[in-house]
Design a protein around this ligand. Structure first.
Ligand SMILES: Cc1ncc(C[n+]2csc(CCOP(=O)(O)OP(=O)(O)O)c2C)c(N)n1
Ligand SMILES: [Mg+2]
Length: 724
């Protein structure tokens, strides 16, 4: 473990140590000044209402130019945050590229006008698109580093492959690349920061964490976010790290530290943590006025540490540049920024017609009819459960695609490999055994346990998928998906759209969902799919039987979009819906419903565990009243098969939407609204919904029976609707 104390005013000594010649020292100053001037220009443009948001990197320049110089653009990977203007300029972003984002221009390389300025992204430089959410990016960095290591151990996995997402996902790796990620000291309060340190430390990943400590998170001072006021003290006991704390207003000292940190990571020793003390001379953003919470004395003390002035003094003192030369350099930079702004202001805006582009992959359409294949005949003629056929699909796909990695809580057979090797244990393979045998067959690189942290699972998957791996991760229970919802909603689903199609994260998230368990409640029985169907950019799949689960999971894995794959726990081992193994290439396109029962009198639109319940209800309605009910199993909820719904409703003129989740604001509300809107003329009766009560699911089985929709509830609805 290395340790560097904060030292100020020792630049001349350390510059020799750091191998920085005069030319490099001048370049450091030029980049720092360029960064500050770009901020100043943006501030002016914002005041003139030519751009719409401004957040500065002022005060952080020295630390970030040093970081940029210690790393390799287009070789190493970068997950920075909004203060990292100087890093991006050092890596090779142009001022014009940065200003194009402020304007919201179509040519903005980070987002095509979709994100605020200072939300960096550049494929040329391996700067990955980031959101505004504080600290989500550090988990992406961890996933990215895992992917880099994986590809260097399994280079064959990087090969292109026609017929699935791999045809569109180029992989590059070197084996010794470092992954940079940064965040403010306030953001270290986020759980994701600690979840990232956990995995980087455990796996000795080459991640360079940089904390830019300007002592404020908007108006909240450092001691509120960091007990004791110093994050270095809190993280000091994480194993395998290189640690350094540095005066981040001193570029020479910062460079020395970064050189060491990067060398440590590149050599494969583990992660590094650089804690830079910087200042924030401007307010948090242009929407904030720091005079409301920082006294003048404090701002004055900060101004004495301004990195620009300090570096200028250093160059003069060392005789590297005289006042005139500094003046000339600054004039050149001023002119560069002025010209870049002029060009950016002339750049065309994005066309409104482009808005829907890149919500989903334009390259691979998982809804196309050709994906539908016939089940193959194999030597295995036994009827298998949904659990069996999901497990079989995972194995088939892992054999076919070496980029697939499976992880989550308890998904490994045993993290202590020697227990398996020595035959001491059989292995766990998931709390529902859906991943049983994967580690044993494919090794611990490809099937492994995560820490007990759901954001860790989804956040790492994002970073892995950006690099070209195919993470197929498991969330143990839908009830515990919530710690990952931030990663899910703000990262996984938006990566492609917000980067204007330049980055994507097509991971699969498998989740055990649902009730009817008799005693599983509250927290092992809930649904909530509509929250995810209400999220653009993600596909939501919910099979009701073994064959569909097998075919749809295969489509999910091969496709180029993120997929939430919902597996009903009650259906895992039911007799209903068992099927013979359909072979290793059986696929079902997304967005194609299945008519599970034909009828002319009434339509039920449903999915998941309500499908067998609707069938029971339909049989009773036929027996008791001769009503012929048609049942549509949607199978995928986003996209969903509107054509099949419309065709059936036009035929029967009566429709019930039945689902296990709560009635109000549930999935059925959208379908009902669209039927009312587009099929009004075809209806002979009101659109009816059958769903759970608007409560939680209770433990006492008699209560659970009342809360969740039962065949009898559906039967009553059919009988009532048929009377219209
Ligand atoms: C998850 C999340 N919560 C809140 C915010 C609003 N927000 C933006 S920046 C910020 C303060 C960040 O402070 P710090 O991490 O110290 O970084 P600094 O801005 O000081 O560089 C807050 C609260 C956000 N963007 N994301
Ligand atoms: Mg801060």
């Amino acid at each position: 473990m290395a340790k560097t104390a904060v030292r100020e005013g020792e630049q001349s000594k350390t510059s020799e140590v750091s191998g920085l010649d005069s030319e490099r020292l001048i370049e450091i100053y030029r980049l720092m000044y360029l960064s500050r001037r770009t901020d100043d220009r943006e501030i002016m443009l914002k005041r003139q209402q030519k751009i719409f948001f401004q957040i500065s990197g002022a005060g952080h320049e020295a630390l970030l130019v040093a970081a940029g110089m210690a790393l390799k653009p287009g070789y190493d990977w970068f997950f920075p945050y909004y203060r990292d203007r100087a890093l991006c300029l050092t890596l090779g972003s142009t001022v014009e590229e940065l200003l194009l984002q402020g304007v919201g221009a179509a040519a903005d390389p980070s987002s095509g006008g979709r994100q605020m300025p200072s939300h960096w992204g550049n494929t040329r430089l391996n700067i990955v698109s980031q959101s505004s959410a504080t600290a989500t990016q550090v988990l992406h960095a961890v996933g990215c580093a895992e992917a880099g290591r994986y590809f260097s151990r399994h280079p064959e996995a990087a090969e292109k492959h026609d017929g699935d997402y791999r045809a569109f996902k180029d992989v590059s790796f070197h084996g010794d690349e470092v992954v940079y990620t940064s965040l403010g000291e306030g953001s270290t309060s986020q759980g994701e920061f600690w979840e990232a340190l956990n995995t980087a430390s455990n796996q000795k990943l080459p991640v360079l964490f940089v904390v830019e400590d300007n002592e404020y998170a908007i108006s909240t001072p450092v001691e509120v976010n960091t007990p004791g006021g110093n994050i270095s003290k809190l993280v000091a006991n994480f194993p395998n790290f290189y640690f350094a704390e540095v005066d981040g207003t001193d570029p020479v000292e910062s460079y020395r530290v970064f050189k060491e940190a990067v060398a440590y990571c590149r050599a494969g020793n583990g992660p590094a943590f650089v804690h830079g003390h910087v200042i924030r001379p401007y307010s948090h953003s242009l929407s904030d006025d720091d005079r409301a919470y920082r006294p003048k004395s404090e701002l004055e003390a900060d101004s004495l540490r301004d990195p620009l002035q300090k570096m200028q003094m250093f160059l003069l003192r060392e005789g590297i540049l005289d006042a005139e030369a500094i003046n000339r350099l600054e004039k050149q930079v001023d002119e560069e920024v002025r010209q870049a702004a002029e060009r950016a202001l002339r750049a065309p805006f994005p066309e409104p017609a482009s808005i829907p582009l890149h919500v989903y992959s334009e390259d691979y359409d998982p809804t196309r009819a050709e994906l539908q294949t016939k089940p193959a005949q194999t030597s295995d003629s036994q009827e298998r459960t949904m659990a069996d056929l999901i497990n079989a699909c995972l194995k088939d796909e892992m054999r076919r695609d070496p980029r697939i990695v499976v992880f989550g809580e308890d998904v490994a057979d045993s993290s202590r490999e020697e227990y398996l090797r020595e035959g001491l244990v059989k292995g766990k393979g998931g709390v529902f055994k859906l991943t049983a045998g994967l580690q044993t067959e494919f090794g611990s690189d490809r099937a492994f346990n995560s820490p007990l942290a759901e954001a860790n699972i989804v956040g790492r998957a994002v970073g892995q998928a950006v690099r070209g791996l195919k993470p197929v991760v498991e969330i143990q229970f839908f009830d515990y998906i919530w710690p990952s919802i931030h990663q899910f909603r703000n990262e996984l689903s938006s990566m492609r759209w917000r980067s204007n199609g330049t980055f994507s994260s097509p991971a699969v998230v498998r989740v055990a969902i649902g009730g009817y368990l008799t005693g599983g409640s509250i927290y092992h029985s809930q649904s909530g799919e509509s929250i995810f169907t209400h999220t653009p950019g993600v596909r939501v799949v919910f099979p009701s039987n073994a064959l569909d689960a097998n075919g749809l999971l295969r489509t999910a894995i091969r496709c180029d979009d993120p997929v939430l794959f919902l597996e009903h726990k009650r259906l895992y081992r039911e007799t209903y819906g068992r099927a013979v193994y359909p072979g290793p290439d059986y696929m079902i396109p997304f967005g194609k419903a299945k008519i599970v029962r034909e009828g002319k009198d009434l339509t039920i639109v449903t999915y998941g565990a309500v499908v067998p319940r609707a069938l029971q209800a339909a049989q009773k309605a036929k027996r008791e009243h001769g009503i012929e009910t048609e049942i549509l199993d949607l199978r995928t909820l986003s996209p969903y098969d509107w054509e099949a719904i419309a065709t059936s409703v036009k035929k029967t003129s009566r429709v019930i939407i039945a689902h296990e989740d709560m009635l109000s604001w549930g999935y059925g509300a959208e379908i009902a609204a669209r039927i009312a809107d587009e099929l009004f003329e075809d209806l002979d009766a009101p659109v009816k919904r059958v769903a759970a009560m608007d409560t939680f699911v209770a433990y006492q089985p008699q209560l659970e029976d009342v809360i969740l929709p039962q065949p009898e509830h559906i039967y009553q609805a059919i009988a009532k609707l048929a009377r219209y």
